[in-house]
Write a protein that binds this ligand. Structure first.
Ligand code: URA
Length: 245
């Protein structure tokens, strides 16, 4: 694709995000992941904490979710850590069938320290139960950034870079059977793209060999019910992957 066509594509996708009435206003160009994700089979990095994800920090020799949680709760790697009420490391069972990855905590999550407990979270629970999944037994839920961006703005590139090693370590420990990203930011970060979510969704990707489905964010769909059908198609794709496994 020539540079001009690529630029036009980016512009169209920017426009699409605006028309979607997106749940966030600012749009950032994100470059965090490297070649670890692709719809085609690109060779995966050796491990999530050994390249393929930018600055991954140094994971202890025998990493644990509890160690990550403790580090996240004490984290001051970026300004979000100075402004939060509570950090939101992630929650769910140890052998999840799905790792649901959102963007960052909102107000209710900031108060409770638990991911997706606000209106978007309640809607997400309905999506999961529609394909026979529950938060308690099947699904680990986390975010790209672990502390709330003030005013629910998009997390900035430095905040994402500072926080992403935690997510990579969580994925490495949990080894989820599948990943479901919700919203533009999570998909862009993990798939290393600047395309809009409407352009990204609709196919199965692989992130370090783990099948990944990208869909809209529940808050976006609450405001734009016309995306329900697309979400349902994405959830069915996720269910098929789980049924095949
Ligand atoms: N939105 C997100 O992306 N994550 C949460 O935890 C809550 C709302």
């Amino acid at each position: 694709m020539s540079r001009a066509i690529e630029k036009m594509w980016d512009l169209l996708n920017d426009l699409e995000d605006i028309l979607e009435g997106g749940y966030k206003t600012a749009r950032v160009k994100l470059r965090v992941a490297t070649s670890a994700a692709s719809p085609a089979a690109r060779p995966a990095a050796k491990s999530l904490t050994e390249g393929g994800t930018g600055d991954t920090g140094s994971a202890p020799a025998r990493d644990t979710l509890e160690a990550i949680e403790a580090e996240v709760r004490a984290c001051k790697r970026c300004e979000l850590g100075l402004e939060r009420i509570k950090a939101v490391p992630g929650a769910g069972p140890r052998n999840p069938r799905v790792f649901v990855i959102g963007e960052g905590p909102g107000a209710e999550e900031d108060r409770s320290g638990i991911p997706f407990v606000g209106p978007a979270g309640r809607y997400l629970d309905k999506w999961l139960s529609a394909i026979g999944l529950s938060r308690q037994t099947d699904t680990y839920i986390g975010n790209i950034v672990k502390c709330r961006p003030p005013g629910n703005r998009d997390p900035g590139p430095e905040e994402i870079s500072a926080c992403i090693p935690y997510l990579m370590r969580q994925i490495e420990i949990l080894k989820p059977r599948t990943i479901l990203t919700v919203g533009r930011i999570a998909a862009q970060v993990l798939l290393d793209t600047t395309r809009g979510i409407g352009a990204i969704r609709g196919q199965v990707y692989r992130f370090h060999e783990i099948p990944l489905v990208a869909t809209y964010h529940p808050s976006g769909v609450l405001r734009n019910p016309e995306y329900r059908q697309a979400v349902w198609d994405d959830l069915k794709a996720l269910k098929s992957l789980l049924d095949e496994a």
